[in-house]
Design a protein around this ligand. Structure first.
Ligand SMILES: [Zn+2]
Length: 206
């Protein structure tokens, strides 16, 4: 274990040395994000690569696909593709809801937002591995063609207390839970203060 970690560190050092001109931390970050990072250095995490890419369902996905290792309040990750590529009205509604939740002492973290088609397919492939069949996986993960995450129209919130807060207050901001089996998945599905449409049983239903 120790040996492999040392090897990882050594690899990082070599990679950083090779990328001195570009800057190690910025090497795997998209150009528009680098521009944002220059404007606000406090949003950049410097050090060994952590959370910028991962193996999901046999595919490598990165922040450019909307991948995020850890959820964070929307204000902290607004410039990442997972948030920046969301529908603007949804993004604003989630930001307002997050502020209101904070005033109630509840931190709403965004665990997932926009996803590339490749990332969605990776999640579906992972779901098939975990659940044993495409039919069962589809109850939890939609196809790239149907996923509202790919369309930039959905966010997954956490933790549990945030999901509970959203169930009670989300519709004040037009945010509605879409599926009975996913307490964390919210879409802008009504007007502020309006009635939410009936939930679907799970994601295989739509
Ligand atoms: Zn979702």
């Amino acid at each position: 274990m120790q040996k492999s970690r040392l090897h990882l560190i050594a690899t990082v050092v070599v990679t950083c040395t090779a990328l001195t001109v570009a800057g190690c931390a910025a090497a795997s970050i998209p150009a528009d994000e680098r521009a944002g990072a220059r404007a606000d250095r406090t949003t950049v995490s410097v050090g060994p690569p952590s959370g910028e890419s991962a193996e999901v369902g046999g595919h490598t996905v990165s922040t450019a696909d909307g991948y995020a290792a850890d959820g964070a309040p929307i204000s902290e990750i607004a410039d990442t593709p997972a948030i920046a590529n969301l529908d603007a009205d949804l993004r604003h509604a989630v930001a307002r809801a997050t502020e209101a939740a904070a005033a109630d002492g509840v931190e709403v973290r965004i665990n997932s937002g926009w996803r590339s088609r490749a990332y969605q397919q990776a999640l579906l492939d992972q779901g098939v591995e975990e659940h044993g069949s495409l039919e069962e996986a589809r109850r939890w993960v939609n196809t790239p063609d149907r996923s509202t995450h790919v369309q930039g129209r959905a966010v997954d919130v956490g933790a549990i207390d945030a999901a509970v807060w959203m169930q009670e207050h989300g519709r004040q901001f037009g945010l509605c839970q879409s599926y009975e089996n996913e307490s964390w998945h919210y879409e802008l599905a009504t007007t502020a203060g309006g009635e939410c449409p009936p939930m679907r049983r799970d994601s295989s239903a739509g």
